[in-house]
Design a protein around this ligand. Structure first.
Ligand code: F0G
Length: 369
């Protein structure tokens, strides 16, 4: 699809490889010319994979892919509601991040870069390292000090240079942005391009539910890229009349790292929170797409809630004990949010369809608190 890059805040146009507005430093957005989108009759019949949604991605030629997407949507009929679990650990590197990495790496190749870099709490770094290796690109990952050692080991094994940053994710982010500018490598990570790739999860869920949307959709939040991407994808599907309504989105954060929840509750701009949670994947003190995340909640009559580490661990255990699903702590946060709300007010969910995204499983299981 034809597109342009614009600033999410002041609307200034941008050009590759910019990743923030040169006037106000806000994140950018991909704006499409939707008049060009034609979904022929075969679209619905095509096998469900991430690649299927290439029309909704900002790529000019072939999408660089490693067979991601087409993950299971497990349907569980419970006594008063139906639960749908989207199993994103099935992706090539064990998390939903691979969908975004297809766009990051495709753009790096399209623009002729020889190397990439990325800041990460772990999963995104592992995904980019793996995809970059396959694409023949040099890769440097800036990892937060609280990242899980297993993930660090896997990133090194994938052949990337691992830079241990003395600080949390937002410090790693600054290091990666500086490194990209100074070394002429393509900056991957939670910016406008990755956001486009993360859209395919909800697109798959909608198709797997035969073009119905869940009544409630639970999403865990770190940088809020997945949250913002999900909302964008839903608006695109609605505009193209593939769906009629939107789900109510419930954003879930760890109580020890809940900047989006605080901003949502107070109706104030996002402020930095020093992360204190064992769910290391989502230990992001200042979410890059925080503003867009709040917009997604406003647009879907949604809410933001937080869950304690103990609730996350209980949810993770329940996923395994009841359904045989393995998840790392960060991957089970949405499910912990569902259990919390269901425990408080089960009537909200009576006869409803509830979808929860289980985002990844890249840590040994079980991990005790
Ligand atoms: N779940 C997992 C397993 C994650 O690794 C992340 C983010 C999220 C959820 C949150 O998604 O950032 O789009 O709101 N991980 C990033 C990383 C920060 O570096 O791997 P988000």
């Amino acid at each position: 699809m034809d597109y342009e890059l614009v600033c999410t805040s002041c609307g200034t146009k941008a050009a590759d490889p910019e990743f923030r507005c040169r006037k106000c430093n806000s994140v950018l957005e991909v704006k499409y010319d939707y008049s060009m989108v034609r979904l022929d009759n075969g679209f619905r019949k095509q096998r469900i994979t991430h690649k299927k949604y290439a029309k909704f991605f900002p790529v000019k030629g072939k999408l660089f892919d490693m067979g991601e997407g087409g993950t299971t949507l497990k349907k569980i009929k419970l006594k008063d509601h139906i639960l749908f679990l989207k199993l994103e650990a099935e992706n090539p590197t064990g998390s939903f991040k691979d969908r975004g990495s297809t766009i990051d790496i495709t753009k790096a190749l399209e623009l002729g870069f020889g190397g990439v870099c990325c800041a990460s709490t772990g999963n995104m770094g592992l995904s980019i390292a793996t995809y970059a290796r396959k694409a023949g690109l040099k890769c440097t990952i800036f990892i937060s000090s609280d990242a899980n050692d297993e993930k660090k080991g896997k990133i090194r094994k994938a052949g990337a240079t691992l830079c241990n940053v003395k600080g949390r994710f937002n410090t790693a982010l600054l290091s990666a942005e500086k490194f990209a500018k100074e070394n002429d490598v393509f900056l991957c990570g939670d910016y406008h391009y990755r956001k486009e790739g993360q859209k395919s999860i909800i697109m798959e869920i909608v198709e797997q539910m035969e073009y119905r949307v869940p009544d409630h959709l639970f999403i865990q939040v770190g940088n809020a890229t997945l949250l913002a991407a999900t909302y964008k994808a839903l608006l695109e599907f609605k505009m193209l009349r593939l769906i009629k309504k939107l789900p109510r989105i419930i954003a879930v954060q760890a109580a020890g790292c809940d900047p989006l929840v605080r901003a949502y509750e107070k109706g104030k701009p996002i402020g930095y929170v020093e992360p204190r949670t064992y769910a290391d994947a989502i230990a992001v003190g200042y979410p890059t797409f925080g503003f867009e995340g709040i917009t997604a909640l406003d647009g879907t009559n949604g809410i933001a809630i937080s869950v304690k580490d103990k609730e996350i661990e209980d949810a993770r255990m329940e996923l395994y004990d009841k359904y045989g699903i393995k998840s790392e702590p960060g991957g089970a946060v949405g499910y912990a949010g569902f259990l919390k709300l269901y425990g408080e007010e089960p009537s909200i969910f009576r006869d409803k369809k509830v979808a929860v995204i289980i985002t990844g499983n890249n840590e040994s299981w079980p991990k005790s608190l």
